[in-house]
Write a protein that binds this ligand. Structure first.
Ligand SMILES: Cc1cc2nc3c(=O)[nH]c(=O)nc-3n(C[C@H](O)[C@H](O)[C@H](O)COP(=O)(O)OP(=O)(O)OC[C@H]3O[C@@H](n4cnc5c(N)ncnc54)[C@H](O)[C@@H]3O)c2cc1C
Ligand code: SF4
Length: 324
């Protein structure tokens, strides 16, 4: 153990990668790139979530920084693990260094599968979990994209679940890019996500909210405005929690690439660190409508505010402007 170590187990850290370019390409502060660069530079393997040609999320391995870059950015749908567990087991059995990143339940699943082969405690394995609100259904996401393509009569060439470039770190607008160079910005899928209609049923009873199963937990540092306002530039700050000695060591090894401060826990707490999200009362009604109505009617009913809410919001806005 290194007595001069900066990181302490269970403490909360706010982190920004020193490279603005890397931060811009990452969901929050870019700590994932720093951690994975260290593993790739040693010839190790990194596992994370990428998008396939249909914009569906799946887990795969990366041996190079270029391959790893596809893991950057949050894909707000459940990632299909495909053959990842077998690949991780093979790499560990061959003595390779492996960094696996994913949701806490994916890490728990990986570890219990590895335990059968006696590999869950392999010293070459390091796990990084993303703090997780819950994962939406990939089927609804794909139906949503089909609806947009049909409505605009254009093929989609790329998607951004949360466009940080144009809206900043804290905002949440999804952008789809079309093959003809135009784009469509919307908050429809975001609302289906945050209103919890499209979340997996297991996310309403998540076992990993107050319990960390990984070596390092990474998240968006939403409390930074209260904890250390000067550290926040709306270009992304990561909240990082080292959970094990191994996690601390990896963080220590990449500290030179990071701007790091230790922060109080209280202002950094968020629901995903405490409790599962609530199942909406009309969850079953949503899914029944989903089977029978088209996406257009689903979005109108569940993703957008009704006339009354919009009217009230408009009045409030006018009153605010009058007070200025
Ligand atoms: C479904 C989902 C829910 C989230 N909920 C919260 C939350 O409640 N609170 C919060 O603070 N942050 C949440 N996040 C954001 C998460 O904290 C950030 O991805 C993390 O901070 C990484 O920041 P970075 O700048 O280092 O990331 P990046 O370099 O952008 O790293 C992206 C990381 O996310 C992983 N990833 C992306 N999409 C998925 C996916 N669908 N499934 C599994 N792994 C994925 C990649 O493998 C990689 O490890 C959520 C992300 C996702 C995908
Ligand atoms: S909320 Fe829990 S159960 Fe749902 S995907 Fe995240 S870690 Fe898994």
């Amino acid at each position: 153990m290194n007595d001069n170590a900066f990181f302490r187990e269970g403490e909360f850290y706010a982190i920004k990668h020193l490279s603005d370019e890397i931060r811009a390409a990452s969901r929050s502060g870019g700590v994932f790139t720093a951690l994975t660069d260290a593993v790739l530079n040693e010839g190790g393997l990194v596992f994370g979530c990428a998008l396939d040609e249909s914009f569906i999320a799946y887990h795969k391995a990366a041996r190079t920084a270029d391959e790893r870059d596809g893991f950057r950015g949050s894909k707000y749908i459940q990632s299909d693990m495909r053959d990842t567990i077998t690949e991780v087991a093979k790499a560990l059995a061959a003595g390779e260094r492996v960094l696996f990143s994913g949701t806490p339940c994916q890490i728990a699943g990986l570890k219990s599968a590895l335990a059968v082969k006696g590999l869950d405690k392999a010293p070459e394995l390091i796990t990084v979990d993303i703090l997780c609100h819950g994962v939406p259904s990939p089927r609804v996401w794909r139906d949503y994209l089909d609806y947009i393509e049909k409505k605009h009569k254009k093929k989609i060439s790329a998607v951004d679940f949360r466009n940080k470039t144009d809206y900043g770190w804290a905002a949440h607008t999804e952008t789809v890019y079309f093959e003809d160079g135009s784009r469509y910005d919307s908050t429809d899928f975001r609302y289906l996500f945050y209103r919890h209609y499209v979340l997996r049923p297991s996310c309403f009873e998540c076992k990993y909210k107050a319990r960390h199963v990984s070596d390092i937990t990474i998240a968006d540092a939403w409390g930074i405005g209260k904890a250390a306002p000067d550290f926040n530039d709306d270009r992304g700050v990561s909240l990082v929690i080292p959970n094990t000695e191994r996690g601390k060591e990896l963080l220590e090894s990449v500290r030179g690439r990071l701007d790091v401060i230790c922060v109080d826990r209280e202002p950094m707490m968020q629901d995903a660190l405490v409790r599962s999200v609530e199942r909406p009362q009309n969850y079953d009604e949503f899914w029944s409508d989903y089977q029978s109505k088209g996406m257009g009617r689903i979005l109108k009913k569940y993703a957008r505010d009704g006339f009354k809410v919009r009217f009230k919001r408009g009045i409030k806005k006018i009153l605010r402007m009058g007070r200025k």
